[in-house]
Design a protein around this ligand. Structure first.
Ligand code: FCB
Length: 473
């Protein structure tokens, strides 16, 4: 790859062969929740349980991509994308999570992959984006080791059926979120609040990744995993020892428990013992399986985390209790940074730092940004347009940060915007819109937003243009 050079007008170019894509996930977009032999997933159960998802929303219909995939692939082609990241719904292709395949489920993905192939769009396929077959949950879910083994079997089955059409496999999406939101705080399916189960789930997810990666080897496709990563920064009195320790512990909690086993085959030294799997769960050889060499790392970036000196028992404005649980340290949300409707901080420099840090930790390992984007209060104007200026600005600053990281040596090979379409945003339901394409959920009409036009321009030029002076910054 050649380094991008800023042109005289401020344009920054990306290397030749760069992958430009969009991401979705099965439960968030497919709908058809019980069609053609699909089994229920933990997300079907969770969203059908009153009080779990805002407004009682479910993924029963979602964006109806199960029936509208041709239209959506055509849309991607019209934007000039050369990559699509989607996930396979495990219970669609293996309804109970073990045993024979559901041929009609596999047919759907074959048809989608063929459509992509005809349009020259390379497929990046995530095997697990959170929709565990309910039957496996009934036998303990990720808290039990058997689920990791079932996952490897499922991976081998999908690879056997679809492998000739897939460019890149991602084993898991964001195991951190599964363990913490699904098993510790319970805001995601399966809705458990069980710290011991969460620590066990973390290990079994990682083991599942390793076993599946081994099963996917030798197919000729790239194999990796996607982690949500959050640079942890010190605000204010960083020189205080306690604050630096708070940063290290927070980094271990939000990143290290997943990143270090995958990159280095070990759990992080600074992680609090209660968050790590007990020794009895970690069998000899597990960490070698988890830490086997990968072809790439998928990075989902949304926000950094800040820590600063403070009193957890007497929080000040913009302070929140710290995950580290250490005395004298709080988490902090700087008031000068913009927040999205998810309350997530907007900070493009975090993406630059993250890519540079990963390049140091794993020199030469190709990186893909597999998700990046923001929620916004989008609406259709009387002229029928969606002018999502906040998202355009967000994409612009983050793509420019990514380009700077490439210039400074990061092995970034591709970028997938989250998301192609507005979709079912987990426990927020349809309230939060992340798409570059607006979805009218009443009619399923798709309306490309201003950000889709902006992104398409970047993709076609393989470069980030300077923002017009008239744009709000
Ligand atoms: C990530 C998820 C993705 C989407 C975005 C907004 O954590 O992987 O499915 O919900 O957040």
């Amino acid at each position: 790859m050649t380094e991008p050079a800023p042109a005289e007008d401020g344009t920054v170019e990306f290397p030749d062969g760069f992958t430009w894509g969009a991401s979705t996930a099965a439960y968030q977009v497919e709908g058809a929740w019980s069609a053609d032999g699909k089994g229920p997933s933990v997300w079907d159960t969770f969203s059908h349980t009153p009080g779990k998802v805002r407004g009682g929303d479910t993924g029963d219909i979602a964006c109806d991509c199960y029936h509208r995939y041709r239209e959506d692939v055509a849309l991607m082609a019209s934007l000039g994308l050369n990559g699509y990241r989607f996930s396979v719904s495990w219970p669609r292709v293996q309804p109970g999570g073990r045993g024979p395949a559901n041929p009609r489920g596999l047919d759907y993905y074959r048809a989608l992959l063929d459509e992509l192939g005809e349009r020259g769009i390379a497929a990046t396929v995530t095997l697990y984006h959170w929709d565990l077959p309910q039957e496996l949950q009934d036998s303990g879910g990720w808290a039990v080791r058997d689920t990791a083994e079932r996952f490897a079997d499922y991976a081998a089955m999908v690879a056997g059926a679809l492998g000739d059409r897939v460019t890149r496999w991602i084993t898991l999406n964001e195991p951190q979120v599964v363990a913490n939101n699904g098993y510790r705080t319970g805001v995601h399916a399966p809705g458990l609040r069980d710290p011991a189960a969460a620590a066990a789930a973390a290990h079994h997810l990682l083991l599942g990744h390793g076993l599946a990666a081994a099963a996917l080897r030798d197919l000729g496709a790239e194999v990796g995993v996607t982690l949500d990563l959050h640079p942890v920064r010190v605000a204010g009195n960083g020189e205080l020892d306690g604050v630096e320790r708070g940063r290290l512990v927070t980094d271990a909690i939000v990143n290290g428990i997943y990143l270090e086993p995958v990159l280095h085959g070990r759990y992080p030294a600074h992680a609090p013992a209660g968050l790590l799997p007990p020794d009895a769960l970690v069998a000899a050889g597990d960490l070698d399986i988890i830490g086997q060499p990968l072809d790439f790392l998928g990075v989902n970036y949304y926000s950094p985390v800040f820590v600063r000196a403070g009193d957890p028992a007497d929080l000040r404005r913009n302070e929140v209790p710290a995950r580290s649980g250490l005395p004298g340290v709080v988490e902090y949300r700087p008031g000068h940074l913009e927040r999205t409707p998810m309350s997530w901080l907007v900070d493009a420099s975090g993406l630059y730092d993250l890519l540079m840090d990963l390049s140091k930790q794993a020199p030469g390992l190709p990186l893909y940004i597999t998700e990046n984007g923001r929620a916004a209060e989008d609406y259709v104007s009387p002229e029928g347009e969606v002018n999502d200026v906040e998202r355009v600005r967000y994409l612009h600053t983050h793509l420019a940060a990514a380009a700077r990281a490439v210039r400074d040596g990061a092995a970034l090979a591709g970028y997938f915007v989250w998301s192609l379409l507005d979709n079912f945003e987990w426990s927020w339901g349809y309230q939060k819109r992340f798409g570059i394409v607006f979805v009218d959920f009443g009619t399923q009409r798709r309306i490309p937003k201003a950000s889709a036009r902006f992104y398409s321009g970047v993709v076609r030029a393989n470069a980030v243009p300077p923002l017009p002076a008239a744009w709000p910054r």
